[in-house]
Write a protein that binds this ligand. Structure first.
Ligand code: MBD
Ligand code: FE
Length: 279
């Protein structure tokens, strides 16, 4: 087809937008995506059977509830992070812990505690490595933020998340921790395994079609929020992971890879006060 013919059809479609409830924003977005799609089909000479394969793929991906996962895997979610970074840089907001993607596996309403929480329900205590993390929430001026809300969630040793994995107890490996008067928080858990997309699912089908894997390095998710502060969405990773810089969701960033200190002596854990809340 000629460009004039494609643009003619696009104009015909746009000229049907007469219902008053329609928003200019929705029209602009839908029409632009449609234009890009028509041009892509033309440029790559995409065949009807390929289009219907794609339509059926999307139907199945919806049934599987995998759109969030696909958004992560296509780099769309990371792209939104880069755009938010740019906006903040332009506004002169620099420094602080980098943001990175939320992913599709957050669940609201995790049990809340002050200063300290144990995240795991104990079921993996034999196979897993106990892990402690402590941190301090600081504002723009590096002042501690008391009573900040730190929401933490991560996978178990199989790389699965509670709620989505019904074999785990409710809110296993998910907690809401309020910082103390000095902005401190601390938690105990089991060091998570990396995540892999569901075998045989839509995300895996798509990634394999383009020669990609669907693995993530081991990570822990965070939301950090406080009144008057922009909410931080981020994760941490661990340096020894083979997928550290090969994350299918592109979430690893410098500044989010804290040192892991291995302690084999139980007395040292007590000495450092890692097994009990701050006093
Ligand atoms: C995850 O655990 C995750 O964090 C992301 C971004 C995508 C899939 C699974
Ligand atoms: Fe995750």
């Amino acid at each position: 087809m000629t460009i004039a013919q494609i643009d003619g059809l696009l104009q015909k479609i746009e000229s049907t937008e007469k219902i008053e409830a329609g928003s200019e924003r929705a029209k602009a977005i839908v029409n632009r995506i449609l234009r890009d799609l028509f041009y892509t089909i033309e440029d790559l000479d995409i065949q009807p059977d390929e289009v219907w394969t794609a339509v059926n793929f999307l139907t199945q991906a919806g049934k599987n509830e995998e759109y969030g996962l696909i958004a992560a895997g296509l780099g769309l979610e990371h792209f939104l992070d880069l755009r938010m970074d740019e906006e903040e840089e332009k506004a002169g907001m620099i420094g602080g812990t980098p943001r990175t993607i939320e992913g599709p596996l957050y669940v609201a309403g995790a049990p809340k505690s002050k200063c300290f929480a144990r995240l795991d329900d104990g079921t993996e205590i034999e196979q897993g490595e106990i892990f402690f993390m402590q941190g301090k929430v600081l504002d723009d001026n590096n002042n501690p933020v008391p009573n900040a809300i730190v929401e933490v969630w991560h996978a178990n040793l199989k790389g699965n998340y509670s709620y989505f994995d019904q074999s785990q107890s409710d809110f296993n490996l998910r907690r809401t921790i309020e910082t103390d008067e000095n902005g401190n928080y601390q938690f105990r858990s089991i060091l998570p395994s990396g995540y892999g997309v569901p075998p045989g699912g839509s995300t895996e089908t798509l990634l394999h079609a383009v020669g990609r894997h669907g693995n993530r390095p081991s990570h822990v998710h965070f939301f950090v929020s406080a009144p008057g502060c922009r909410k931080l969405t981020t994760q941490i990773n661990f340096a020894n992971d083979p997928y550290l810089w090969d994350d299918f969701a592109f979430a690893t960033r410098e500044g989010l890879i804290p040192d892991l200190v291995v302690i084999t002596d139980a007395e040292k854990i007590k000495e450092k006060g890692l097994d009990t809340p701050f006093s």
